[in-house]
Design a protein around this ligand. Structure first.
Ligand SMILES: Nc1ncnc2c1ncn2[C@@H]1O[C@H](COP(=O)(O)OP(=O)(O)O)[C@@H](O)[C@H]1O
Ligand SMILES: [Mg+2]
Length: 374
């Protein structure tokens, strides 16, 4: 028997409060109404479900409570005029290969919404696809967003989610979701530091007692590393390469610290002088050198955050170290570089690309009141 049935069973007339027969704990009509509302809420919840979304600048992930991550797609939309041609993986495949009239747009750039209309279409598409006709009621949605966005942008995200059919929307800052996702003790009175290196930004935050004590957001993430590689290929090899090739070079031979075994790969592109296709060999050493300036920006964001750390929490960070999440955490040798530059222990999270989405899921799982009115 459900808990509510124990207190409000058989709501027949003679059993109502005040009746002769009533030996019931519900003693007044307002109390009875209150109980009925609770019952209706519970029934309504049976027909709804909760989802978490990591709205990243490079990738969007959708987590359905009790199921896990059900969608993982690049945050890319292919547009022809004002018509959406493709969203996600299919749209990303079009980047750099699109015929003149089709443009591939990344609506979230450098941690802010660069194109509201496109962002809106993308979010709506992902929500609809992840949810399909899972329930007669729409979902309640918890969305993790870059911490640098404005009030107007926050509002725009909420609106898009409501238009996509959400019945309730809550937002959570990305570093908080990442910290929960990697299992840091965010609710405890100890300092934890999370570094989330995404596509558009690097977010560094110190968290204690469920709040962000200090955070910093740098417009320098994986995209900036890719752009640097494109410039390097042009300057050092006279080779024109697109953003996908640059990312491929970063993932296959990129590094932040000298490697035990240095790497090399063949890169195809177009010779700037002749305009003809050309193949060159690139070495991990030269790519590391090219990435140095951008990696310095990330290191100094971490150092500045450490400088702002309240003294009571600093000793926690010295003991517990820094946890790194986001796709950028996968760059070879990153933990060696960060350890060398900060002197702190560095933990790379187990699945950095999923940390934020996992965090929204855990938050939904562990808090029943996420969508309650404040
Ligand atoms: N193995 C890897 N090495 C280096 N960078 C990587 C690797 N895998 C993915 N990335 C980079 O991670 C970034 C995407 O990370 P993600 O956390 O999904 O970003 P966002 O939260 O902004 O959507 C991209 O710039 C991508 O190139
Ligand atoms: Mg992210």
């Amino acid at each position: 028997m459900a808990a509510w049935q124990q207190t409000v069973h058989s709501p027949e007339k003679e059993d109502w409060p005040g009746s002769q027969k009533g030996t019931h704990p519900v003693t007044s009509i307002p109390q009875y109404i209150f109980h009925m509302i609770q019952i209706f809420k519970k029934i309504a919840r049976l027909f709804s479900y909760d989802i978490g979304i990591d709205l990243g600048t490079a990738n969007t992930l959708v987590y359905i409570k009790d199921q896990g991550i059900v969608l993982r797609e690049p945050s890319v939309v292919a547009m022809k005029g004002d018509k959406v041609k493709a969203v996600g993986e299919e749209a990303k495949r079009m980047v750099g290969r699109t015929p003149g009239s089709v443009v591939a747009i990344r609506p979230l750039k450098e941690g802010v919404i660069a194109d509201f209309e496109v962002a809106h279409n993308m979010l709506r598409y992902f929500i609809k696809r992840a949810c399909q006709s899972r329930s007669i009621r729409g979902p309640r949605i918890l969305i993790a967003h870059p911490s640098g966005i404005t009030e107007v942008e926050r509002h725009a995200i909420e609106e898009s989610a409501y238009e996509a059919g959400a019945i309730k929307v809550q937002l959570i800052e990305e570093p908080m979701a990442a910290a929960i996702g990697v299992g840091l003790p965010v609710t405890e009175p100890v300092g934890s530091m999370i570094v989330d290196i995404g596509g558009g930004t690097t977010e560094v935050a110190i968290i204690s007692l469920s709040g962000i004590v200090y955070s910093q957001s740098e417009k320098c993430g994986g995209d900036a590393l890719d752009e640097t590689i494109t410039r390097h290929m042009l300057a050092a090899h006279n080779l024109l390469v697109g953003p996908r090739t640059a990312e491929d070079i970063k993932i296959r031979v990129g590094s932040a610290h000298p490697l035990q075994q240095e790497l090399q790969m063949e890169v195809k592109g177009r010779d700037r002088g002749t305009g003809l296709p050309k193949t060159v060999t690139v070495r991990s050493e030269e790519i590391r050198e090219a990435l140095q300036d951008k990696l310095d920006v990330i290191v100094s964001a971490i150092r500045q955050t450490l400088d702002h750390c309240p003294p009571e929490l600093a000793s926690d960070l010295y003991d517990r170290g820094i946890t790194v999440a986001g796709g950028g955490a996968l760059l070879r040798g990153l933990s060696d570089l960060l350890h060398e530059q900060t002197g702190l222990p560095i933990m790379i999270s187990e699945d950095p690309l999923s940390a934020v989405a996992e965090g929204t899921g855990k938050y939904l799982q562990e808090n029943d009141d996420v969508f309650e009115e404040e």
